[in-house]
Design a protein around this ligand. Sequence first.
Ligand SMILES: [Cu+2]
Length: 274
Amino acid sequence: MIKLRKALILTAASALMCLPTSASADTTVKAKLVEVNGSGASGTATLTALDDGSLKVVIHSEGHVPGVFHPQHIHGSAHGGHFACPTLDKNDTDGDGVLQNEEATGEYGTIFFPLTTRGGATATPKDALDATRMPVADAKGTIDYERTFPADMVPDGLIDHLSTMHVVQHGIDANDNGKYDLDALGESEFAKNLGKAGVPEEVTNPAICGVVQGAGAADAAKGGVDTGGAPAPDLTAPLAATGAAMLLLSGALLIPRRRVRRATTVADDGETPS
Ligand SMILES: [Cu+2]
């Protein structure tokens, strides 16, 4: 009996050591996309870090301005960041009733990875604001986007901090004339500051934003909100992986139930902070 128990413990220990980490196994995180600037848009985004280092991005959204392109990016940084999407109440610092991208970046961070439809995806205006390589909403305002970026296109730090990222689609029609124009809100200061003059502000203002959830992100997100948006505690994916291992092994090792319950909480408590 003692021998059997020893064997069980050894098996469990080696299983723990062989557990795939976030760097070597597929990791999927999801974001519920909610409207910004009263756009009426909504959707979902799924980011999957594949074990060969590539990143698959799937976005389904609706309610966008139809027939025009919508710049879309993963916002955030390689060093963690905030965990909320911007709101008028909190972030409209100039009080004009519209959230400019530069006001919103205080919440969702700077452009980290432009989600182009083809070609390069560097965090430069060349890629991030290219009207010809961003998805176009169909006649109903729907965008269905899917692209897998090979490992050499994925910037350093993105996969490691996947659970702290935001998915943002831009492009609103503030004067309801069915197009982007300078008459509505004038020129985009954001684009101009990046060296791209003459871009209507309607193009760069956020229309939809989602905070990534999953792979332990919910736990980190709560910490971020509670502490007023402090940098992420870097315990997300490994913690979730450990939790899963605890669940798998709890039967064999008779781990106290309290720890198992903690693991369940980490995995399931996925409330979206707004
Ligand atoms: Cu963006």
